[in-house]
Design a protein around this ligand. Structure first.
Ligand code: AHR
Length: 500
């Protein structure tokens, strides 16, 4: 099979906001307890943070981390997680039916985020709480000093304000499962009033309003329009959440369908952009609302196991999906889709980061291991820099159970002017055929190939619990304005060119 692309320097989709390589830590399962935080573990540092986890997160180069939830957020009292640890209350977490000891809270998260070189994407509880508690949290975090709450922060060890810029106004407030779920108009009013109060404390904040928690929710569409109608002037982003499952292991054609799910992600993004812009036009506004895709991933492997987990434990084994090779292929495709929509998606969070539907797993009595999805995420987050270029690729397409015209060749190119590096991400979705990929680099001239890797050859159901998965070298022919490479069946590939 053949495929091609034309890479033109002037054809820019958008500069990449690196926050699209964000991730998410929720106080859920073993994300925090025995994940990020495990005092007494041989790898724990003076703060009880696992340094093996810190090192793995740094490899992913995650610039922003959403916290503390997720569903956990919607009944969380942020004050429980500050002050001397021996005075913090142990509470019931009604979202996940766990015991929350609050030994890890706001200050611990801020310190940990700093150690992994990430900034927070902080969320305020609009399920059981509201305007006052949110404004109080902003004051506690961002007000310099001289008030009760800012001085309390200083007393608790943080002399300087945390200066948290990005904030989520609640989580999945349209979801019937959410504690304190709201109708669209109830949420719109509360989010708008909360945004106003938070901005009175600190007018430099960037605020994210909840969009639909899934495109499948019956209120999708109506929710977005109602929320934006009321909040348009006081928020900057609208959120999207989307998780993908695998519906029929016994059907050999299901893999083709699974690998096409990035088309669904693309349609979701474009639909929400259209709704944001429709409200903009109706309001005759000059302001554009961008998107924060603050939860996305594959999530289905742990569903059955989770129903058997006993409630009211500290750090139970919940949502511990073990990802296989086909999941890594879809994650690569989803990342490329986010990049192709970088003109409107400015923040995105792989949900989640450690132990809970995560690229990084820990053994409580051992080390960390990397899931299959770690590899494409690491490569895109590290190498997808600068600007995203318009995709002019061509290849044969196929139809699947849910999707039409899925290109076998899925590719996107980024160009980093500062380092004069052109990076091409490319996936061959064909199950049996290689794909001869010709790249016309037009005005770019290849100086040399920095490196080229392929991720392939694994059984689609194989996972990386044995730590054997690895990226392999890929042979590329490149000179002048041309490059050519053969993409193996079911492979994820990354080519990096130094260009002139
Ligand atoms: O990421 C796991 C859960 O998925 C989050 O808590 C929730 O927001 C979503 O439904």
């Amino acid at each position: 099979m053949k495929g091609s692309t034309k890479i033109q320097p002037q054809d820019v989709i958008a500069p990449i906001d690196r926050r699209i390589y964000g991730s998410f830590i929720e106080q859920l399962g073993r994300a925090v307890y025995t994940g990020v935080y495990q005092p007494g573990h041989p790898a724990a540092d003076e703060d009880g943070f696992r340094t093996d986890v810190i090192n793995a997160v740094k490899e992913l180069n995650v610039p922003l981390i959403r916290y503390p939830g997720g569903n956990f957020l919607s009944q969380y009292r942020w004050e429980d997680g500050i002050g001397p640890k021996d005075q913090r209350p142990t509470r019931l977490d009604l979202a996940w039916r766990e015991i929350e000891t609050n030994q890890f809270g706001l200050h611990e998260f801020m310190k940990w985020a700093d150690k992994v070189n990430a900034v927070p994407n902080m969320a305020v509880n609009l399920g059981t709480r509201g305007i006052q508690e949110a404004a109080d949290l902003v004051e506690y975090c961002n007000f310099p000093k001289g008030t009760y709450l800012s001085d309390l922060r200083r007393q608790n060890g943080a002399e300087q304000p945390f200066a948290i810029k990005t904030w989520c106004l609640g989580n999945e407030m349209d979801g019937p499962w959410e504690i304190g779920a709201k109708t669209a108009s109830e949420y719109a009013h509360l989010a708008n009033e909360t945004a106003k109060a938070m901005r009175r404390v600190d007018d430099s904040l960037e605020l994210v309003a909840c969009g639909s928690s899934s495109m499948d929710n019956p209120t999708f569409g109506e929710w977005e329009e109602t929320v934006l109608d009321e909040c348009y002037d006081n928020v900057d982003y609208l959120s999207l959440h989307r998780y993908y499952g695998y519906y029929n292991d016994d059907d050999p054609t299901e893999l083709d369908n699974f690998l096409g799910k990035n088309l669904d992600l693309d349609a979701f993004i474009k639909g929400v952009v259209a709704m944001c812009d429709a409200v903009k036009a109706r309001k005759r506004s000059t302001k554009t609302i961008n998107l924060s895709f603050d939860e996305w991933n594959v999530w289905y492997h742990s569903n059955d196991a989770d129903t058997k987990v006993e409630p009211w434990q500290v750090g139970p084994h919940l949502l511990e999906d073990v990802y296989n090779f086909e999941d890594a292929l879809l994650v690569g495709s989803l990342l490329m889709t986010l990049l192709r929509n970088a003109d409107r998606v400015k923040i995105a969070c792989l949900a989640q980061l450690v132990n809970v539907i995560a690229p990084i797993m820990t053994d409580t009595d051992g080390g960390v291991w990397k899931q299959s999805i770690f590899f494409p995420f690491m490569q895109v987050a590290n190498y997808g820099q600068g600007k995203v270029l318009v995709d002019h690729s061509q290849s044969a397409t196929y139809n699947s159970r849910e999707f039409k015209d899925i290109p076998y060749l899925d590719t996107v190119t980024t160009y980093d002017e500062a380092s004069q590096t052109l990076t091409v991400f490319a996936e061959n979705k064909h199950q049996t055929d290689t794909l001869d990929f010709d790249l016309d680099l037009t005005d770019f001239t290849v100086d040399h190939v920095i490196d080229a890797t392929q991720f392939y050859g694994y059984d689609v159901k194989a996972d990386n619990r044995d730590g054997k998965m690895q990226l392999q070298p890929l042979a590329v022919n490149a000179s002048g304005h041309q490059a050519a490479v053969t993409l193996q069946p079911l492979s994820w590939n990354v080519l990096r060119f130094a260009v002139k």
